[in-house]
Design a binder for this molecule. Structure first.
Ligand SMILES: [Zn+2]
Length: 518
């Protein structure tokens, strides 16, 4: 006979008396089906009233409290089944904090199931988080909407008034100003998962799957997410002059339009916005993908040849097993992606916790070093600019080749001005990252002691990108790897500064001779 694990079911009575029994039957049969598919038998049922599930925190509810103590006290119970998120709590955090976490802490092997979807339920899953946020918002929305409608009707003597533009998702209009609305937490959530590498399309389908209503009703689209993630209003700034022109309605990219800062209550902290845009810049400039199961795509190289390993998928059609390899383009040696990923994950798991503090110090020292280098570049560019201006002032129009000299001097002025502007804007970025709040926001998220088991493949890949500079692979009998960790997670800044300082070093020596013949 098949051995079945023991689990408990949680039900909620409907507030509609006529539907009451019917609803309980549906919930119960759904849970039994889900339990059966996962080889569980339900040994206990817990039933709460409809009203209390909305109003009372999880542990103020009798059945929920009884469920908690049953699961904690009875060793053999290792499964909790419920009908859907709205049955367990209308408050996002209390069920997780007061029921889920304590159970997982004492009994890590205990599993939670959502009987509606028939899947394992884990609040660390982005889809589940979106569902929880929505369950929390649902009840808040009902009361806010009623209040809004009344305010509109009662307070405006000219009758209900509609603001011209629709408010960005997460905001609403109040007396002509934008204020965070009941969906603000979902807007923040969208930035949060974007900062862990999820693509616009992934986020859109996740929200649709979680049943979150989109701003325009219907399914979420990737373009809606793109527009949101590029809208500086979420940091409290109003963008001005964003369209490229009257006839061109496409938008200018971040940094190219004017901002009125601090006009609106921010929903997204600035460091989170910066991390999201760091990843978007990397994707755009390098074509690197984060929503891939291949942890080391673009990060691994052949130790012998020094070439970057390429991903080759040679799975035959209709083959149930996948054959995907990291291949060295020079020597042709290869290793299965899943195998190498596993070796590297294992090694990071062992090396990273011990390396983290060094990484943090190194990141801080790197910022100091960059500051010094940039101040040097700034000084040098200023001197070059002054020199060029002096040459222009002293160049006689009657000097031989005066016209060519004019052109050379103008070019030098342009180059020095560009260099000076880049140095100043990069110095501003370094200054922002040096602030402890910003620095910690970038660094602390990379201290995840149990990251291998906690993160999904996209998140893991994003995490790997921020900490790994390169993985050298040695194709011996047993594949050996050495991981070279990054000096700091500020990847695109490092590249911009590298380009600028290299470029300045190139142009230093070459000075045109003083024009003669005044
Ligand atoms: Zn090779």
């Amino acid at each position: 006979m098949e051995l079945r694990r023991k689990g408990v079911g949680y039900l909620r009575r409907s507030s509609n008396r006529q539907l009451q029994n019917h609803s309980l039957d549906i919930q119960r049969s759904q849970i039994l089906r889900c339990a059966d598919r996962n080889a569980f038998e339900i040994t206990d049922w817990f039933i709460d009233d409809a009203v209390s599930a909305y109003r009372k925190p999880a542990l103020k509810r009798d059945a929920m409290r009884a469920l908690l103590s049953t699961v904690l006290d009875q060793d053999e119970v290792c499964g909790v089944f419920f009908y859907d998120e709205s049955r367990i709590s209308r408050q996002m955090s209390d069920f997780v904090l007061e029921v889920f976490n304590p159970i997982k802490e004492r009994k890590p092997q205990c599993e939670f199931f959502n009987a509606t979807t028939g899947t394992l339920w884990d609040p660390k899953e982005p889809v589940v988080q979106a569902q929880l946020l929505m369950a929390q918002n649902d009840s808040a929305m009902k009361s806010t909407r009623a209040l809004d409608a009344q305010t509109m009707l009662l307070c405006d003597p000219r009758g209900p008034r509609r603001p011209g533009a629709p408010a960005p998702y997460g905001y609403r209009w109040a007396d002509g100003a934008l204020v965070p609305s009941e969906t603000a937490s979902l807007a923040l959530f969208i930035f949060h998962i974007a900062s862990w590498g999820y693509s616009d399309a992934q986020i859109a389908s996740m929200l649709t799957q979680a049943g979150v209503p989109s701003p325009k009703s219907g399914d979420w689209g990737a373009s809606t997410i793109d527009v949101m993630l590029n809208n500086p209003v979420y940091c409290g700034d109003i963008a001005w002059n964003r369209r490229k022109g009257y006839s061109n309605s496409s938008r200018k990219s971040v940094g190219q339009y004017d901002l009125f800062q601090g006009q609106v209550d921010a929903i997204v902290p600035r460091p989170l916005w910066d991390i999201v845009h760091e990843l978007r810049t990397v994707k755009k400039e390098t074509g690197m993908k984060f929503n891939t199961p291949n942890l080391l795509q673009g990060l691994a190289c052949c130790k012998k040849c020094g070439d970057g390993l390429q991903v080759k998928d040679s799975t035959p059609a209709r083959s149930p097993k996948r054959y995907v390899h990291y291949v060295c383009p020079s020597c042709g040696q290869k290793v299965e992606t899943t195998k190498l990923d596993e070796v590297v994950l294992d090694q990071i798991g062992r090396e990273w916790p011990g390396h983290f503090n060094a990484f943090k110090n190194e990141a801080r020292n790197t910022l100091l070093r960059w500051k010094k280098e940039l101040v040097d570049v700034q000084r040098q560019a200023k001197a070059e600019l002054e020199e060029a201006r002096y040459q222009r002032a002293t160049l006689s129009p009657s000097a031989p080749h005066a016209e060519q000299w004019q052109k050379i001097i103008s070019l030098r002025e342009t180059v020095a001005t560009e260099k000076l502007q880049s140095a100043i804007s990069l110095l501003e970025k370094v200054a922002v990252l040096e602030q402890p709040v910003t620095f910690d926001a970038w660094i602390q998220r990379l201290l995840e002691p149990d990251w291998v088991s906690l993160l999904g493949s996209t998140e893991r890949r994003t995490f790997g990108f921020f900490i790994i500079q390169r993985v050298e692979v040695e194709f011996t009998a047993v594949t050996k790897v050495s991981i070279c960790f990054r000096l700091s997670p500020f990847v695109t800044l490092q590249e911009s500064i590298g380009r600028l300082t290299e470029f300045s070093a190139d142009t230093v020596g070459e000075k045109p001779k003083e024009p003669q013949g005044a």
